[in-house]
Design a protein around this ligand. Structure first.
Ligand code: ATP
Length: 313
């Protein structure tokens, strides 16, 4: 039994459409998810005890049972009692590089990494689809984070259809360090404001969901038409987050004016990104935005789209 180090990439939403309510209280969604190479790093070490111990480099990330990495370990223990009895607990050392509560699935990807890591350490031999089914119990973004790449995600986001990879584009990400948006708040507010537009009929939900496959953005991705991809980025949650957070709306405008293929908020925000053709273009846009917004609270990253989920290094 040896330790493993894993990279857990963040995701962005190229597309997020809210279709309606679900009987379980969640929303019916149609999304296009994309991995990026901004990633947390997790070291998972067998510790010879009957406990899981989590430490994190970021002071604001909880290290108790509310952390998704910890919850993933508990889930594995519950599902594979014999393996836990044989191999024991692990120390999880989380080097947090993905900003928190940022709409980048930072917690979900850590949970995904622990599922992958314990599968190796406990020699369970689970396949990716089997790990993804376990991941659904932790959160709707976890199954995507396991396999990564580019995928259509429907239902709560857990039903995945991988599509043509988009791995040669770059992006600039911007987020105010001290600003966090609660995902439950964003969906609740959306329901209050736009719930009257929801589709309730099951067959209409099915047809809206399947339309995405033949829709213009999926076509543009298939054709690698980068200009079109940039123009077709879309996120329904912008309708509630941008009016509530004018700072995010302003950052979005400034990023958009600085160039690139297209600008959009990721997930429930507040991270905003601009897709770019090259690293040089992304770096130029980052520099321009840095000059326009002179605020030390603003964090900017240049990153690349990635075609992988959890990686063992
Ligand atoms: P999503 O895009 O899936 O909505 P997010 O990127 O907006 O997620 P996270 O970074 O996952 O949000 O964090 C949301 C909250 O979850 C944090 O405020 C934190 O308290 C809690 N949390 C639990 N586990 C983690 C983790 N491993 N990393 C970061 N936050 C975590």
């Amino acid at each position: 039994m040896h330790p493993y180090t894993l990279l857990a990439p963040a995701k962005i939403n190229l597309y997020l459409e809210i279709i309606g309510d679900r009987p379980d209280g969640y929303h019916e969604l149609v999304m296009i998810l994309q991995s990026i190479d901004l990633a947390d790093r997790l070291e998972i070490r067998p510790n010879g005890t009957q406990a899981f111990r989590l430490t994190c480099s970021h002071p604001q990330v909880p290290t108790d049972e509310t952390n998704l990495a910890y919850r993933a370990a508990q889930l594995m223990k519950q599902e594979f009692r014999e393996a836990f009895a044989n191999y024991g607990g692990v120390d999880i050392i989380l080097d947090k590089r993905i900003p928190i509560a940022a709409g980048l699935a930072g917690g979900s990807t850590d949970g995904a990494a622990v599922l992958v890591g314990l599968n190796l350490i406990w020699q369970l031999g689970l396949t990716i689809p089997e790990l993804q089914r376990l991941g659904e119990q932790l959160g709707s973004d976890v199954p995507f984070c396991i396999a990564g790449g580019t995928a259509i995600a429907t239902r709560r986001g857990e039903k995945l259809d991988p599509i043509q990879d988009l791995d040669n584009l770059w992006l600039v990400l911007g987020k105010y360090h001290s600003l966090a948006v609660s995902t439950p708040w964003a969906y609740k507010t959306y329901r209050q404001q736009f719930g009257h537009e929801y589709v309730n009929d099951h067959s209409e939900i099915e047809s809206k969901t399947s339309n995405i496959n033949s829709g213009p953005l999926v076509q543009a991705i298939g054709q690698k038409d980068n200009q079109k991809i940039g123009q077709l980025l879309s996120n329904d949650l912008e309708k509630v987050v941008l009016p509530e957070y004018p700072q995010v709306a302003q950052l979005r405008d400034i990023l958009q004016q600085a160039g690139g293929l297209g600008t959009m908020m990721s997930g429930s925000g507040p991270t905003v990104f601009t897709l770019c053709q090259s690293q040089e273009e992304a770096q130029n846009i980052k520099n321009q935005v840095r000059q326009t917004i002179v605020d030390p609270d603003l964090e900017l990253w240049v990153s690349k789209l990635s075609n992988t989920g959890i990686q063992i290094i």
